[in-house]
Design a binder for this molecule. Structure first.
Ligand SMILES: *[C@@H]1O[C@H](CO)[C@@H](O)[C@H](O)[C@H]1NC(C)=O
Length: 218
């Protein structure tokens, strides 16, 4: 961040021109929700043009530009795996990917973000909605573990959202706290009441389905 601001000032000065440049940031909604960003580092800038747009929507937009404006240079951007590029390459290939690091996919994050903001869902109501939405692809126990993981990371990292770079407000799932979200930003990350409700519901559903499972030890 410091280097970016330094160059924003020096670029014009070095050319004998007055004024300074604004620094643009590029964190997206999903990373912000999950807290997968370094505070006051590459996430910090003056304006973030894509800060209010989820990765899924951004990709759809790039695909649209590729097809309608023949911007073929965008093809390699579309096919590049999202990565923070912090770890060295292995055999010339990217070894670190965002989705593996985050423990969730961008597609999942996009859904969590909409349920959190638009449907105003907390852990238990998000779980109840997702066991229906994902009934073909996940067992209730899998949904429970995904929802818990998201809310744990969300609450641990929520302090980061209060200092997000201002962004263009594009969608009603925007994570921008400063203007649109007046909820508390410090949470007890054990979510004991909510997670207990989820666990109770999982056992009830498994009993109903007649699934016998080995008790989770953690
Ligand atoms: C968070 O919740 C747990 C479980 O209910 C409790 O033991 C702990 O004291 C709480 N922490 C704080 C800081 O309130």
């Amino acid at each position: 961040m410091v280097l970016a601001y330094l160059f924003a000032q020096l670029t014009l000065w070095a050319r004998g021109m007055p004024g300074g440049l604004l620094v643009l940031g590029s964190a997206n909604v999903d990373e912000s929700l999950r807290g997968y960003l370094t505070k006051y580092d590459c996430s910090s800038a003056d304006i973030n043009p894509i800060g209010g747009i989820s990765k899924t929507d951004l990709k759809n937009f790039i695909q649209y530009c590729l097809e309608n404006f023949q911007l073929t240079a965008l093809r390699s951007i579309m096919s590049a795996p999202p990565t923070a590029e912090l770890e060295p390459l292995v055999d010339g290939q990217v070894a670190q990917t965002d989705e593996a690091d985050m423990g969730m996919t961008y597609a999942e994050l996009s859904i969590y973000g909409k349920l959190r903001k638009i449907a105003k869902a907390g852990p238990y109501s998000m779980f109840c909605k997702l066991i229906n939405m994902w009934k073909e692809i996940c067992t209730p126990r899998e949904v429970a573990s995904k929802v818990k993981h998201f809310f744990r990371m969300y609450s641990v990292n929520r302090h980061k959202m209060t200092t997000l770079t201002p962004s263009y407000h594009a969608e009603n799932y925007s994570p921008d706290d400063n203007r649109f979200d007046l909820r508390p930003f410090l949470y007890n990350t054990s979510w004991s009441w909510q997670f207990r409700c989820i666990d109770k519901q999982v056992s009830k559903l498994e009993k109903k389905e007649g699934i016998s499972v080995v008790e989770d030890v953690d």
